[in-house]
Design a binder for this molecule. Structure first.
Ligand code: NAD
Length: 242
């Protein structure tokens, strides 16, 4: 079950933490994984650690020309995981929306939404032509439920990208393409002081790990998940029920 032999997967922002966990899980099931990151050094390290057919493919997901060039260079892509975003180890500074300036909204929206639009738009024609594709977007409870800790522009990006998955699922259901989101709760890459305060509020009693996310993405990328599309899967230790 969950054999990705012969499939090629592009995982964005996979140079560390959650994206690296997703890349490892897909490669572990036999996929050839293209490890993207804005930082070429990070992408190279993760690709080298995975070994085998894994390759670094560094580019900025918010740069449309770079996305198009990278997708063309990659060749046939079966799986796209839109993981690049901010809200993890390199989180934005929390600030109440009313206290922000418009210039502060662009960054979170660009990487969490615009980058997802660019990557999906670049891979879809090839997936349609081949009659097969899996698109998975890493969203957040900030996008599904909202969080009152000063991340409103990030929530906008995460909510917009999961909304895009729903539309793509409807538009491409007959093309053999599925589009789903994984909405994460609090992960173990957050700062320890934040983790300590939040751990108690998670029913299963621990933070999420890159391996947790990798396992969910492996399922969604598999042939066995062909009837799962347009969904937002909550991965949060029970902190947010749906
Ligand atoms: N950590 C959490 O608690 C948490 C919770 C909910 C959702 N998420 C989401 O999970 C995903 C991964 O989170 P993480 O904690 O591993 O983040 P992280 O910041 O540790 O890693 C993200 C990686 O993406 C890369 N990146 C950033 N901008 C990029 C761009 N424009 N193009 C290509 N690569 C880029 C970074 O260089 C970095 O290596 C993100 O989408 C994040 O929003 C995280």
């Amino acid at each position: 079950m969950f054999d990705l032999t012969g499939r090629t997967a592009l995982v964005t922002g996979a140079g560390q933490n959650i994206g690296a966990g997703i890349a490892r899980a897909l490669a572990g099931a036999g996929a050839r994984v293209l490890v993207n990151d804005l930082r070429a050094d990070r992408a190279g390290e993760v690709a080298a650690e995975i070994g085998g057919e894994a390759e670094a493919l560094p580019f900025d997901v918010t740069d449309r020309a770079a996305v198009l060039a990278a997708v063309e260079a990659a060749g046939a892509l079966d799986v796209l995981v839109n993981n690049a975003g901010n809200g993890g180890a390199e989180a934005m500074l929390p600030k109440r929306f009313a206290d922000t300036e418009p210039a502060e909204w662009a960054g979170p929206v660009e990487v969490n939404l615009q980058g997802v639009l660019f990557c999906c738009h670049a891979v879809l024609p090839g997936m349609v032509e081949r009659g097969h594709g899996r698109i998975i977007t890493i969203s957040s409870a900030a996008g599904t439920h909202g969080v009152g800790i000063g991340f409103a522009p990030y929530s906008v990006g995460k909510g917009g990208s999961l909304s895009l998955m729903r539309s793509l699922a409807l538009e491409h259901g007959r093309d053999g393409i599925t589009a789903n989101s994984v909405a994460l709760g609090i992960m173990d890459s957050v700062r320890e002081e934040t983790a300590a305060a939040l751990r108690k509020s998670i029913p299963v009693g621990r933070l999420g790990s890159p391996a947790d996310v990798g396992a969910a993405c492996l399922w969604l990328a598999s042939d066995e998940a062909s009837w799962v599309t347009g969904q937002t899967i909550g991965l949060n230790g029970g902190a947010f029920t749906s």
